[in-house]
Design a protein around this ligand. Structure first.
Ligand code: ZN
Length: 395
């Protein structure tokens, strides 16, 4: 029996090693004036940057540039919109990690309307509904983690005690084209492979057990989880098959974005929002450090309060998939899942929260701010005490 589902708009997807060679032709379909949004150091230092700029110019495209350093703020988006709204940009290309892609997505959304992104951010400000029009946006990820190339939201942050990490979200913001080229991942430092890879893994796992999951997203999430199983540690630990491992993680990340945009996420992302706002910790690190503990506590809560939940069977299934072990019971498969995630957390050297500046006295306010949109699709409604336990396990 397949339950009814609906799938929101997806980008056209161009996946493959070397796919960036197609970028000039793809961009030229929209016109000649390009706004290129990239990371601060990552782009100019990358071996592909100079040849790509030459090829864009040869194709007759003129490029304006916006450089994003760190996680994008509403001010960065507003400044770029102010600077380029008169320039009649035909297409925005975001090329970089999640920060560059999210900034590019928000800028593309607002170049034509010209208003402040604060008008639309969820949970802060007036939450005016977005009515476009958006400028065509091409997303080219250079990390394997956030899946932003396939999602309809741009995450923007303001740091500090009154900080926030919130989404500008609308289906019209989805990229026209997601160009996923695993060759762009070469040279990614191990700490980023670990953090981004754990973000993709978390997004796949949380999508799979989300209350918003369906037959269609389940198939994609399982396919992404298999790719992450075979790619993440292999890429991080290096070795002969690095190219295959990179392609697997590029694929896992893309699938994680496709799934999360349809299903929503869970408690790890619920906690990642305040943690990332109050402390200068990268999103992938937050997800990676919390995933095993959050999964253990979700499973314990389901066993106690909703033992018939489909999510428990799904956790058992992922336990078999990731651990490669077939337990004598679903209960044992769930235990294998938690043990596997704990093992990966260690092998990927994900830090404890205290070493990132989080103190026991911060736990209360983090828990209080964790019930945003992601927490709403967690497979079981957690108590404040259970959410606290997730954090305390990693202090
Ligand atoms: Zn994430």
């Amino acid at each position: 029996m397949i339950s009814p589902f609906s799938i929101a708009r997806l980008p056209r997807i161009q996946f493959g090693a070397g796919a960036t060679a197609k970028l000039p032709d793809l961009a030229a379909r929209y016109g000649r004036r390009v706004l290129l949004v990239t990371g601060a150091h990552s782009f100019d230092a990358a071996p592909y940057a100079a040849p790509l700029l030459v090829k864009l110019a040869e194709r007759g495209l003129s490029c304006e540039r916006v450089v994003v350093s760190g996680e994008p703020s509403p001010e960065l988006v507003d400044d770029a919109v102010r600077q380029f709204k008169g320039a009649v940009i035909d297409v925005v290309i975001g090329l970089g990690g999640g920060s560059a892609l999210d900034a590019a997505k928000a800028i593309a959304g607002l170049l034509k309307p010209g208003n402040s992104v604060m008008d639309h951010l969820e949970g802060v400000g007036p939450e005016v509904s977005y009515s476009g029009p958006a400028t065509p946006f091409i997303a080219v990820p250079t990390t394997a983690g956030t899946g932003s190339e396939a999602t309809k939201n741009a995450v923007l942050s303001r740091h500090g005690p009154d900080g926030f990490k919130k989404s500008f979200r609308d289906e019209a913001l989805v990229a026209e084209i997601a160009l996923v080229d695993s060759e762009l991942l070469a040279g990614c430092p191990p700490a980023l492979i670990a953090a981004n890879g754990m973000d993709a893994l978390t997004q796949l796992l949380e999508s799979y057990v989300s209350t918003g999951a369906n037959e269609f997203t389940d198939a994609l999430a399982l396919s992404g989880l298999r790719a992450a199983r075979d790619g993440l540690l292999a890429w991080y630990e290096g070795g002969a098959a690095a190219e295959q491992a990179m392609a697997r993680m590029a694929y896992a990340s893309l699938q994680s974005g496709i799934c999360l945009a349809q299903t929503g996420l869970g408690s790890v992302h619920g906690l990642a929002s305040p943690l990332g706002a109050y402390f200068p910790i990268g999103h992938g690190v937050v997800c990676g450090t919390l995933l095993a503990a959050a999964t253990r506590i979700n499973i314990a809560a389901l066993r106690t309060r909703e033992p018939q939940s489909r999510a428990l069977a799904k956790y058992a299934e992922i336990g078999r998939l990731l651990s490669g072990r077939d337990g004598v019971s679903a209960e044992q498969d769930c235990d294998h899942l938690v043990a596997t995630l704990e093992d990966w957390t260690q092998r990927l050297a994900l830090p404890m929260l205290t070493s990132l500046g989080v103190a026991a006295s911060d736990v209360g306010r983090i828990v209080a701010a964790s019930r945003g949109s992601s927490m709403k699709t967690n497979p079981i409604v957690l108590t404040d005490d259970e959410i606290r336990q997730v954090l305390q396990a990693r202090l």
